[in-house]
Design a protein around this ligand. Structure first.
Ligand code: 4AD
Ligand code: MG
Length: 639
């Protein structure tokens, strides 16, 4: 095939380009003409703007489409110098057997001597010169003759196509657009004019696409604006590598004194960590860059310079108590950021799990008249002339709701005033509590294992980046597959005794006991049928042995401990009345609950999962306090 090649910035492509391509195609009887946008970096807005390579490619394609011309992105892809030996070599390799005709305007012929290896090139490949009114071909050829030789100039002269129409100037078009002069679109294909006006390229109000660091991959080759905070910067002399954090990720941006100018560059170098910035520039894919992309900064706006001495500039040097006191800032650091992202995904996974299984979300109250899990750990609050308690669990309300809707759940904050100082206890934590009518202990265990399997799998699938940031070895998480081992309390005690541990039958399991049991298995373990004395008043009894309560605890591996507690509920009115007395609970406050046993009580049950325990375990964090944005513990209610 005989192929014409027309290189240029196409910034924007206009009727002059099209006319030139068509004239050469007709004049030389070519099979096709390729328009080749050059790989020039985009720069600042205004009439001298260079639109991004991506935008120039789209405009050029639009112009070509309208006239049966074709476009090659070969230079944009290589990002190499324009229309030179390299382009020629690449085309020759890509299209063996084709003959190429390099089209140049008569006005630029005098630039040929500045090309690399121009003389050799001009003797080897066929150039076509397009001469149009207003171009001084002879003067320009004289420059070629003087610099590269008479024969080269003669060769060019012999291959000239002359056009009647004067050329169109891209610069003039951009100036008209910028100044808002009517008729600026006259020399443009309508589709090109549409792209320019919709995306406000070249205009006075030139906008740069706002982007997020997480979504930056969609903007390679384009100029974007990133808004964020300065994480750190390094570099010397006239080069700066800026790590910008925008909440969705961290990106390395490259700034040079040449691009930014002396003053702005100095301003950047003087900024403290956490200064709020807008950075604009071109996005580049770079395998060596941390996130795979880099920003070539051409513009910087300082929105809020940060004070000196960011208190937690060196997180790893700080003690946990100091960091918790600075929790409002600590949230910004990469690991804490990752934990809260995982928490977000886990919450969504939990809601989806129940929604898909047709559980109805029913919100439980936070002010309650009485204890649910035991009287020793209630927060009392003034309630007008009376007092109320912050809820320990929404369960009792879910039992009421289950009799109205069948399958329900609540998900909200719960409060425990126990003076526990362990790494698993918060005074305020979030609990999700499903409750099902017509359910036995076995149904509750089936649900608990399906639930944990689904939620953990979802975190693994969607939080890969976060788990990497947290340096989490995910193998234990990958083993969270049904069925989970199910041990009775008696079997669990035997296992502890077999391991030589001094556990007294009848006690609740302590953290070391839970860890010892879980170490015998490769996935979460369910322990069921507990001595009634260590469980709450509402537990149903095992018909086979009334000393046992139909409760279940799910113990997570790796020392994470009890993440789920639940079971089957008692529906025996007389038994419940007795249990209220045994547990010293105020009967009046539970009258409504006893009503549920008077009006159509059916077997039912459910469980509660502590969100922070699950998130801390998934994230491999030692302490649950990192799994909640602003932890409340016996020692801390600030910030
Ligand atoms: O075992 P718990 O106390 O069970 C209940 O509250 C039942 N009413 C739930 C139900 O059946 N609807 O608490 C359930 C879970 C625990 O397994 C644990 O994950 C979490 O809540 N949890 C705590 N998390 C953080 N800090 C604390 N102080 C917690 N206490 C319980
Ligand atoms: Mg429990």
């Amino acid at each position: 095939m005989r192929v014409g090649l027309l290189g240029g910035s196409f910034n924007p492509p206009h009727r002059g380009h099209v006319a030139m391509a068509l004239a050469v195609r007709a004049g030389l009887g070519l099979d096709e003409v390729l328009l080749i946008p050059a790989a020039r970096p985009p720069h600042k807005p205004g009439h001298d703007a260079m639109a991004s390579p991506h935008d120039r490619l789209r405009m050029t394609e639009a112009a070509a489409r309208a006239h049966g011309l074709r476009v090659s992105a070969i230079e944009l892809e290589r990002l190499g110098p324009s229309y030179t030996r390299d382009t020629i070599a690449a085309l020759e390799a890509a299209r063996p057997g084709d003959t190429f005709f390099f089209i140049i305007g008569a006005d630029t012929v005098d630039e040929l001597p500045t090309w690399r290896d121009a003389a050799a090139l001009l003797r080897r490949v066929q150039f076509v010169v397009v001469n149009r009114p207003g171009h001084d071909l002879e003067a320009n050829l004289a420059v070629v003759a003087a610099r590269l030789g008479e024969d080269v100039a003669a060769g060019l002269r012999a291959h000239t196509v002359t056009m009647d129409a004067a050329d169109v100037s891209s610069t003039a078009i951009r100036r008209r657009i910028h100044d808002g002069v009517a008729g600026w679109e006259d020399d443009l294909e309508p589709e090109v004019a549409r792209i320019i006006s919709e995306e406000r390229l070249y205009g006075r109000d030139f906008v740069t696409t706002p982007a997020t660091i997480r979504g930056i991959g969609a903007h390679v080759g384009s100029r974007v604006e990133l808004r964020g905070w300065l994480y750190k910067q390094r570099g010397k002399g006239k080069l700066a590598f800026v790590h910008l954090r925008d909440g969705t990720g961290v990106i390395q941006a490259v700034a040079t004194r040449d691009q930014l100018g002396e003053e702005t560059f100095a301003r950047l170098k003087g900024l403290q960590q956490e200064s709020a910035l807008k950075l604009r520039g071109n996005v580049r894919a770079d395998e060596r860059a941390p996130g795979g992309y880099e920003l070539d900064v051409d513009d910087l706006e300082v929105v809020a310079p940060a004070a000196a001495d960011y208190p937690i500039a060196h997180v790893s040097d700080q003690g946990i108590d100091f960091l918790l006191g600075k929790r409002h800032l600590w949230l910004r650091s990469s690991k804490q950021h990752a934990v809260l992202r995982v928490r977000n995904e886990v919450i969504k996974a939990i809601r989806d799990f129940f929604y898909e299984r047709e559980f109805v979300l029913v919100d439980a109250p936070i002010f309650t008249p009485a204890a649910c899990e035991g009287t020793t750990n209630l927060f009392e609050v003034a309630y007008f002339e009376d007092k109320a308690y912050l809820t320990q669990s929404g369960q009792l309300y879910m039992e009421a709701a289950a009799m109205a809707h069948g399958k329900v759940y609540c998900f909200g904050p719960t409060f425990r005033a126990e003076r526990s100082k362990t790494r698993r206890h918060l005074t305020e934590f979030w609990m999700v509590e499903p409750e099902m009518a017509w359910a036995t202990l076995e149904d509750v265990m089936d649900l608990a294992e399906a639930f944990l399997e689904a939620v953990v799998a979802r975190a693994l699938e969607r939080c890969k980046e976060e788990l990497k940031t947290l340096e989490r070895d995910t193998s234990a998480l990958e083993r969270v597959r049904r069925p989970f081992p199910r041990l009775t309390y008696d079997e669990a005690v035997k296992l502890l005794h077999d391991k030589g541990l001094p556990f007294e039958y009848g006690n609740d399991l302590g953290a070391p006991d839970e860890t010892a049991i879980s170490e015998s298995f490769d996935r979460p373990v369910m322990i069921h049928r507990w001595p009634a004395a260590v469980k709450a008043f509402y537990m149903a009894r095992d018909a086979a042995n009334p000393a046992l309560a139909l409760g279940v605890d799910v113990i997570a591996p790796e020392g994470a401990g009890e993440v789920i507690g639940g079971g089957q509920r008692s529906i025996d009115l007389a038994d419940l009345e007795r249990q209220l007395e045994v547990h010293k609970l105020p009967r009046e406050a539970f009258e409504w609950y006893l009503d549920l046993r008077r009006f159509g009580a059916v077997p039912h049950g459910g469980f509660g999962l502590g969100l922070e325990r699950l998130v801390a375990w998934i994230c491999g964090r030692e302490h649950v306090r990192e799994a909640i944005p602003f932890p409340r513990t016996i020692y801390r209610k600030e910030p």
